[in-house]
Write a protein that binds this ligand. Sequence first.
Ligand SMILES: [Cu+2]
Length: 153
Amino acid sequence: MKKMIMLFSLFLSSMAMADCQNTFIDGQKELCYEYQWVSGPHLNGGHGHHGHQMKRPAKPLASSVRVLFWKKSDIDQNPVQVEGLRIYPWMIMDNGMEHGTRPETLRFQEGYYYVEGIYLMKMMGYWEMRLTIPADYNDFNPEFDYVSSFRID
Ligand SMILES: [Cu+2]
């Protein structure tokens, strides 16, 4: 019986591990997170060119994504609030240059972080969302000071 229980808890913890596709280290705490696009991702915010001339450029569409954090050890995946969190879009261009976009907003509601007002331009390269807890907002370098990221496809 004891063996059964052990096997079962091993099974449960491996299931929890399998669910932890994205990790975020918050100090000593190891968190998992998952994300879901609420709107988009729209790759036209800023340069909405249509195929034909004459047409007015499309109004830039903001994308938004929601992110849920939980403690890695927590099988129930209870939402965790992350003090000082920042989640921002970042572009890595094919020519080696990198840059951001307009400032996004972040709010916490009913366990989820909502990142809103994400404007993604369609360019040669790819966008990713980066997650971090900036130690010092005045001395923050978005190119290097992030601890986790996920690619926008
Ligand atoms: Cu670019």
